[in-house]
Design a binder for this molecule. Structure first.
Ligand SMILES: [Zn+2]
Ligand SMILES: [Zn+2]
Length: 266
C-alpha cells in the first residue's frame, strides 16, 4: 500500500500546498492499481493530476463536509462531466449524512451543474459496514470534530506483496478531530496514522472538540502502538517544526510530516 500526499495544508491552502487530499493505492496480483482518494479539499484537483489521472480513481472517501476537505469535488465533477471524449461514469463516493446535498450546493444552482448524480454515486458512511474497494477495505470511525466527521481505516496488502497471501497493513486517517475514542480506535495497531495537528499546545488549549495538537495525536499513537505517525493539516500560521517537536515529546516511534508529493510505503 502506498500513500501519496496531494495536499496537506490545514484549514486553508498555503503558498506551498492545497488543502487535504491523499491518494491511497495498491497493486493487485493482476497488475491493476486500485486508487482511493481521501478527501478533496480546495486547490487539490490541480496537484492531484501530477500524481494520478482523474479517470482512474476507484472511490473517494470524504471525512466531513468542511470546504478544506470537499471543495474541489465541484470542479472534479466538471472535469469528469465535460471531457471531449464524453463523460465518465459515476464515481463511488462515501461521506457523512448530507454529502449529496453538499455536493449540489458546491456545484451551484445552474442546470445541469446542480445534478451531480451523474458524476458521483454517493453513499453515507456506516461505521458498522466496511467498504471493499478491490483489495482495500475502508472502515469509517466517528471522530470528535465541530461537525460530523469520520476517520478512515484502510486495510490492504503490504507494498510488494500483492494477492491474498501477503501481509496486510493498515493506514488510518483522522480527518479533523480532537482526542477521543475515535482517535484511539484509529491509532490502535496502525502501521501508519495520518493525523491532523492543527492546534498548538499552550495556544489553543481552550478549544476542545475541534482539532488535535501534535502532542495529543502522539499520545494516542503511543497508547495504540502506532508504528509510524505522519502529521498533517498543519495550518500555514503554525510552525511545523513546533508540531514535530510536540509529537516527539509524546511518542518515541517514527514521526514524519506530510508535504505535497511525499510518498509513504506500507
Ligand atoms: Zn480541516
Ligand atoms: Zn473540519
Amino acid at each position: 500500500m502506498r500513500l501519496v500526499v496531494v495536499g496537506c495544508a490545514g484549514s486553508y491552502p498555503s503558498a506551498d500546498s492545497a488543502c487535504s487530499a491523499y491518494l491511497v493505492q495498491v497493486d493487485d496480483g493482476a497488475g491493476r492499481t486500485w486508487t482511493v482518494l481521501l478527501d478533496l479539499g480546495n486547490g487539490a484537483l490541480g496537484p492531484l493530476q501530477r500524481f494520478w489521472n482523474v479517470r482512474d480513481i476507484d472511490a473517494i472517501a470524504l471525512t466531513h463536509l468542511h470546504a478544506d476537505h470537499v471543495a474541489d469535488m465541484a470542479v472534479l465533477a466538471v472535469a469528469r462531466r465535460y471531457r471531449p471524449d464524453g463523460p465518465l461514469p459515476p464515481l463511488p463516493v462515501w461521506g457523512p449524512d448530507g454529502t449529496a446535498d453538499r455536493l449540489i450546493q458546491l456545484a451551484g444552482t445552474d442546470d445541469p451543474a446542480a445534478s451531480t448524480g451523474a458524476q458521483f454515486d454517493v453513499h453515507v458512511w456506516d461505521p458498522a459496514t466496511s467498504v471493499p474497494v478491490g483489495p482495500l477495505t475502508l472502515t469509517a470511525v466517528p471522530m470528535n470534530h465541530s461537525v460530523p466527521c469520520f476517520g478512515v481505516r484502510v486495510s490492504g496488502p503490504a507494498e510488494g506483496s500483492p494477492g491474498s497471501s501477503g501481509a496486510t497493513v493498515t493506514l488510518c486517517y483522522t480527518g479533523d478531530t480532537d482526542a477521543g475514542p475515535g482517535l484511539d480506535a484509529l491509532a490502535d495497531d496502525a502501521d501508519l496514522l495520518l493525523a491532523e495537528a492543527a492546534f498548538r499546545e499552550g495556544r489553543d488549549d481552550a478549544f476542545r472538540g475541534v482539532h488535535l495538537t501534535a502532542r495529543r495525536a502522539a499520545q494516542a499513537a503511543t497508547r495504540g502502538g502506532t508504528r509510524h505517525l505522519v502529521l498533517t493539516h498543519i495550518p500555514a500560521w503554525n510552525d511545523p517544526l513546533v508540531a514535530e517537536a510536540e509529537a516527539r515529546s509524546a511518542y518515541t516511534g517514527l514521526v514524519s510530516r506530510a508535504v505535497p508529493g511525499a510518498r509513504f510505503l506500507l
